[in-house]
Write a protein that binds this ligand. Sequence first.
Ligand code: PXL
Length: 279
Amino acid sequence: MKRIATIQDFSCVGRCSLSVAVPIISAAGIECCGIPTAVLSNHTGFPTFYKKDLTDELFCISDKLSECGITFDAVYTGYLASAPQVDFAEEFIKKFRQKNTLVIVDPVMADDGELYSQITPDYAEKMRQLCALADVITPNITEACLLLGEDYIENPNEGDICTLLEKLVKTGAKNALITGVEQFEQFDKNGKIGAIAFDGAEFFGYFTEKIPLRCMGTGDIFASALTACLVNGNPLKTALQRAVTFVGKAVDCTYSDPERRFYGVNFESVLANSAELLK
Ligand code: PXL
């Protein structure tokens, strides 16, 4: 069985990070080893939260895994709770990377032009170095601009996205993918939403119906589904299509739930029926 190490926080409430990565990757038939960067009562999108940073523990955990001779088919990083944890992720990748280990970095730090609470400006600089080690990076538009040290582009067109992707690949990542890209049809206000990728030679994108609902954690669900598809041997183009489809189904299901919560996507409702998509 394939095995992934995923480095991100555990938020007790709020469907993000490890609470979505572990079930999604497990449903794809892959062993998912969660390396917790922090434990939070709930994610930082709520007005208040308790956070216990686990930076010291991270180094002890990685030393023991290494002593036990454990290997991983992929290392996938998500929300890192502080700038020193970005250094840890870099060290972990260097320690555990073998010839065929895939490295996926989701540079979780901002959305809609704003840094997440707790993320400091020096974080983006460190994140740039981490991204340079990756096989695939999955920023949203805000994160892509931050990684490049550019001003946020509010309503980018496809040309803007392609330029960002080309620059991101020049900074070192083998493949770059930008999420949350909207494709507005001329007379269809709902338009479509999806992702565009660049592998250094070719651009490809995939879009699904845009549902008028913004939920925290959508990027984490996307990156987890993409990682699972890649580790199961799918090419990036297929993995991108399937991850966009999976997120679309989950957001659709959340939208039709009269009791939906603002803080999370009902991915549980689609996971069992969509597990084949991730294989
Ligand atoms: O979904 C990204 C994310 C993950 N983990 C924590 C967060 C956020 C976004 O705010 O606060 C703790």
